[in-house]
Design a protein around this ligand. Sequence first.
Ligand code: ADE
Ligand code: ZN
Ligand code: ZN
Length: 258
Amino acid sequence: MKKSVIIVIALLLHLPSFGWGQKGHDVVAYIAECNLQPEVYQKVVDRLGGHSLVYYANWLDNASYSDRYRYTKTWHYANVDDGYTYDTMPKNEKGDVVTAINGIVAELKSGKLSAEQEGIRLRMLIHLVGDIHCPMHAGRLSDRGGNGVIVKFFGKDTKLHSLWDTALVESAHKWSYTEWEQQINRYCTPKRKAEIAKGEPKDWLKESYALATEIYKATPEKGKVSYDYIAYYAPVIEQRLLAGGLRLAMILNEIYGK
Ligand code: ADE
Ligand code: ZN
Ligand code: ZN
């Protein structure tokens, strides 16, 4: 193999992970789609050039590697070390998931964006409301949100971060994103949905941080993760994906609804 090819492969293996795996983001976006007022859905799809929310749910994870959108690299998470809260933790000057969501919502509400800018801001928002619900996206700075913690997932070395972004979602249920929606959104009562959708980005990060604190304790370096762990945390994953979808819908209904 050529040396350059080996270097590229080595670099790819060390890419930090950037949020729920594709499935998690698709589920959040689809649950949002199912909870939008019909005219809001039409407006959003129109601004996305005729595409659905699911279509762009993962777009930012790739875009953040491009020169044009490199400034969004730190927008996917907000690290909180032990003994800190989001407010007392030194701020990442390049932005974090809380400041990014708040900034985008303010821009969308301002009505000052061009149609193209609005479409791009929507793509970002759809993704980032998913990310803020990933527990390890509120993990410690000292281990880059669990990217520096290796655990044994069915005997295989796995980063704690990607265990929570991807492996657990895929292991919890072998559902498509529409099946996820059917199982966790469609049977949720309107009253319960309204309770879940409450709050603002800072509150949602706080929930992720509380979960991250519990997860660090339950999953130490080299800790074993298998069936019992998946069974215990599947309802937590379901709750985070549902909350992400309902809150994304709430934000969009508020911006574009009557
Ligand atoms: N993804 C990449 N870097 C990260 C960090 N420091 N915390 C959480 N998620 C990340
Ligand atoms: Zn992300
Ligand atoms: Zn991630």
